[in-house]
Design a binder for this molecule. Structure first.
Ligand SMILES: CC(C)(COP(=O)(O)OP(=O)(O)OC[C@H]1O[C@@H](n2cnc3c(N)ncnc32)[C@H](O)[C@@H]1OP(=O)(O)O)[C@@H](O)C(=O)NCCC(=O)NCCS
Length: 189
């Protein structure tokens, strides 16, 4: 039904459906249908994530194409932006994201590794090892970066686009590259 509505451009029907689904009316300040449609999709994806057990603060924005695994182990603070096609996977340990964090597009935050050391046992049969990931307040993670299990990014840290972060990032440090190294530090304006 949703597919039919979207592909026949019956946007009013789509809004009616969303109002039923979300029990709320899309933001009336957004005047045109396209803005209201996009806004509704954001609300819908955020509400679905909440329903699945993810803790999400207020005033943030989650692109509808972001993927989450292990919702009950993911905690997101206030005013956090998660860009398109991000991939957050928390298996047995938490992914904790503070307040005012910006996560660009196509960022992967992966809380577990497949155990793969034994060559005579299928990787599939060796299980996984999970480690907590903590991203503190005021962090910016550039697009296409990969944050590996166990990493903590200190307050105010910046991860340059396309980085693979294996080690902790000190507060207000800027890291970049594969594997990431310190490429700069933030200073007072
Ligand atoms: C990290 C970033 C902000 C740095 O910008 P900048 O301050 O203008 O930095 P510069 O271009 O002066 O580069 C400074 C150093 O960092 C290195 N560097 C910059 N970006 C890098 C990257 N993505 N990966 C690895 N190294 C990088 C440069 O090579 C340079 O090294 P050098 O001093 O040895 O020559 C920027 O390069 C970046 O990656 N932005 C991400 C953009 C993005 O993903 N936006 C998504 C929207 S949320």
């Amino acid at each position: 039904m949703l597919w039919e509505i979207l592909h026949h451009k019956n946007l009013q029907a789509y809004y009616n459906l969303l109002e039923v689904l979300e029990k709320r009316i899309p933001d009336p300040n957004l005047k045109d249908y396209e803005s209201r449609l996009i806004h509704s999709m954001y609300l819908l994806s955020e509400n679905l994530a909440r329903k699945k057990g993810m803790r999400i603060g207020k005033d943030g924005s989650i692109e509808p194409t972001a993927i989450f695994i292990g919702h009950h182990n993911i905690e997101i603070g206030d005013n956090v932006i998660i860009g398109s096609y991000c991939n957050l996977r928390a298996v047995d340990e938490k992914i904790i994201i503070g307040n005012n964090v910006l996560i660009g597009q196509l960022v992967s935050i992966i809380g577990a590794n497949h155990i793969c050391k034994a060559k005579n046992v299928l990787i599939n049969a060796q299980g996984v090892e999970s480690k907590k990931i903590i991203i503190h307040d005021d962090v910016w993670i550039g697009s296409n970066s990969l944050i590996l299990p166990g990493v903590t990014i200190g307050e105010g840290g910046v991860v340059a686009g396309g980085s693979v972060v294996m080690d902790n990032v000190e507060p207000y440090h800027i890291v970049g590259g594969v594997p990431s190294k310190v490429i700069g530090k933030r200073s007072d304006a």
